[in-house]
Design a protein. Structure first.
Length: 159
């Protein structure tokens, strides 16, 4: 027929595929380890937000000015604002704005819940590192120190 267009079957198929549940692309883990083993808080784990929380956690007073944070992490105003909004919505940081207009100043502080969540994140990450090294249940630093002392003593006895 003149003037009619054929409908493409590819478009609905693509749209249907986009609505289909996502399939995992990860291979099954050895030893039957569950996916929960590697789960880390996605709000914190994102690289820039992790850098923000690290900068705040290591700051002497647990807070930094917006420009200091922006410049030290090499971020744009908009990028930092977006990540701070996400962290703020999660209750991890608090922003305090003083003044108005060009004379205003914004301070970013690690909230109590943020300090607790960051500590839990680090503990989980340390646990994953120990599991990957096969030292689960033993403090990594103490184990490493014991191994180093043992190797040094053995080398001295042989030498």
């Amino acid at each position: 027929m003149k003037g009619t267009r054929e409908k493409s079957l590819a478009v609905p198929a693509v749209a249907e595929a986009a609505r289909a549940p996502a399939r995992t692309r990860h291979a099954p883990r050895a030893g039957g380890a569950s996916r929960d083993l590697v789960e880390l808080d996605p709000v914190i784990h994102e690289r820039t937000r992790l850098a923000i929380l690290t900068a705040l956690a290591t700051a002497p007073e647990g807070q930094r000015s917006f420009p200091d944070l922006r410049d030290s992490l090499h971020l744009t105003d908009g990028n930092l604002t977006t990540h701070l909004r996400t962290l703020g919505d999660a209750g991890l940081v608090a922003l305090t704005k003083t003044g108005a207009g060009r004379g205003s100043s914004t301070t970013v502080e690690l909230a109590a819940a943020g300090r607790k969540a960051f500590g839990a994140y680090l503990a989980r990450l340390e646990s994953l590192i120990r599991a990957a090294r096969g030292t689960e249940g033993r403090p990594a630093a103490a184990e490493s120190a014991r191994n180093q002392v043992s190797r040094t003593a053995t080398a001295e006895r042989k030498g």
